[in-house]
Ligand binder design. Structure first.
Ligand code: ATP
Ligand code: MG
Length: 496
């Protein structure tokens, strides 16, 4: 046993949290004469007393050798094969030790090829953070710690292995992972790990849009979305992920909408309710969407056309950075368009709107806008009362608007310093308002994150017409936003 090995106090790890299937995989590999360890987030979380999300195994067996041992397995990945061993719904990911030594690099620092297999010691070096580079043998109860990961874990410190700038350049996703782990685990950054992030934030644009979508889900749909968002803004990473929302996020009311949508998502995740990323994306991009629509209307475009156009252009711009699957962009558009239809609720329209398949999400979104400080003339309360009312009462409510003349009224964005928006912009207050209630729970669409149950709707039959005279409009005027300059150098597109 080397210095780096230690038999850990069994009380440090709650055995019952270890997947029996992961144990099975390790045992079988050991019996066949191979080394095999639990590694990565599974070990980190076990040592922190948390329930690991999944279990990764690292071994010196080659992928083909792993495949031979497990009938229920298949190889994934092109360059570097990883074997998935499936047990019902659980997948144990088995990766062969990789060599970190001198991979071929582009001028930018991007790794171009690193497909060589290696030893445990080499495998350690290509990992990201010290706390993710702990190798645990559950059979022998031995922890391999080559890089001081356990000390960092005990000090709740996130430290990148190697030279941080070079590691971020190799794979800019590591900056997102840094933020996510710091937020989720409530760890502090080691100063050298923290220091380059703001300066290198622009490298985010080099991450392939599909990979960035996956990372965005991990960031904002993990139950700590509000914390991630705060750190994101602090390190200016958000600006690069949502360029159109960059300036809006400085406006207290817009910022509040984003925070409230995330707070609602966090609450639902922590209560094990279903969520959809469409709700969060709709909130992030709502301010630029409203701006764009107002500009088009000011240039003479009819309101409903402007809604469609604005949605198209905001979504298309965003897709060039984060590739959001169509089923989610369709849902975002529905949520947006319904914001302009919800005020027009007189007579039979109320029932038709309430029956819309995205009504619930749109209603939740409306409440968030009001909670963020927008003055919608009591529209949210009206819809809350409407849903609570009996069928007869609902008809009365809708009919009285026809005679009472309020049916066509729409909300207006309050703008800076108006209504409740001015004083509520910052911090963690996202939990303490109406969005806590049963109704305004946000994104209650009955979908899972993976969106499997989501139908890939597009704008289709959901015309945003009938805005009447009172469409929403941002009062503030902004100039056309210019993207920040791109850094010089070849594009970075690699994975680890
Ligand atoms: P969680 O699964 O809880 O989100 P994790 O640390 O297990 O966290 P995974 O994405 O499952 O994250 O990765 C497993 C392990 O693979 C990590 O712990 C880390 O050691 C290594 N790893 C993953 N992504 C990278 C990366 N971009 N650069 C270097 N190492 C990485
Ligand atoms: Mg993991």
């Amino acid at each position: 046993m080397s210095d780096a090995d230690m038999t850990i106090d069994p009380s440090d790890i709650d055995d019952s949290l270890i997947s029996l299937n992961a144990r099975k995989v390790i045992r079988r590999l050991n019996e066949a004469g191979y080394q095999a360890y639990l590694v990565g987030g599974g070990v980190r979380d076990l040592l922190l007393g948390l329930t690991p999300k999944d279990f990764d195994v690292a071994t010196d067996a080659l992928p083909d050798e792993v495949l031979e041992l497990f009938r229920n397995s298949r190889a994934i990945g092109k360059r570097f094969k990883i074997v998935h061993v499936r047990f019902g719904r659980e997948i144990i990911e088995v990766a062969t030790f990789r060599a970190a030594a001198e991979p071929e690099q582009a001028d930018s620092g991007l790794i171009l090829s690193d497909n060589e297999y290696g030893t445990l010691k080499e495998d350690v070096e290509r990992r990201d953070f010290t706390v993710n580079a702990l190798y645990y043998d559950p059979e022998a109860n031995v922890l391999h710690d080559e890089v001081g990961g356990l000390a960092d874990l005990k000090a709740r410190r996130l430290r990148l292995l190697g030279d941080p700038e070079a590691r971020y350049r190799e794979d800019p996703v590591r900056m997102l992972r840094a933020i996510r782990f710091a937020a989720k685990l409530d760890f502090d950054f080691d100063p050298e790990t923290e220091q380059p992030i703001r300066r290198l934030a622009h490298l985010i644009q080099e991450i392939p849009p599909a990979r960035l979508f996956e990372e965005t889900l991990k960031l904002f749909m993990n139950g700590s979305g509000v914390e991630c968002f705060e750190r994101f803004r602090e390190y200016e990473l958000f600006d690069w992920m949502f360029p159109a929302a960059r300036q809006c996020a400085e406006d207290p009311e817009s910022l509040r909408i984003m925070e409230l949508a995330l707070a609602s998502t966090d609450r639902r995740i922590n209560a094990e309710k279903s969520v959809t990323p469409a709700f969060v994306f709709a909130a992030f991009l709502w301010p630029p969407f409203v701006d764009e629509k107002a500009t088009l209307v000011a240039n003479g475009m009819p309101s409903s056309d402007a809604s469609h156009e604005a949605a198209n252009s905001v979504v298309a711009d965003q897709q060039s950075v984060i590739s959001i699957p169509k089923r989610f962009t369709g849902m975002m558009r529905d949520i947006w368009q319904l914001q302009f239809r919800l005020p027009n609720r007189a007579g039979k329209r109320a029932a038709a709107l309430a029956a819309h398949r995205r009504f619930r999400a749109a209603y939740d979104f409306l409440i968030i806008r009001e909670d963020a400080g927008e003055d919608l003339d009591g529209l949210g309360q009206w819809w809350t009362d409407y849903q609570d009312a009996s069928g007869e009462k609902q008809k009365d409510m809708a009919n009285s608007l026809q005679t009472g003349g309020r049916g066509g009224g729409a909300g207006r964005r309050g703008g800076r310093g108006r209504g409740r928006g001015g004083g509520r912009g910052g911090g963690n207050k996202a939990d303490g308002n109406r969005a806590d209630g049963n109704r305004a729970d946000g994104n209650s669409l009955g979908l899972n994150i993976d969106g499997n149950s989501a139908d890939g709707n597009t704008l289709g039959g959901n015309s945003a017409g009938g805005n009447g005279g009172g469409q929403n409009r941002r009062r503030r005027k902004r100039g056309k936003r210019k993207p920040k300059e791109k850094p010089a150098g070849p594009p970075i597109s690699g994975n680890v």
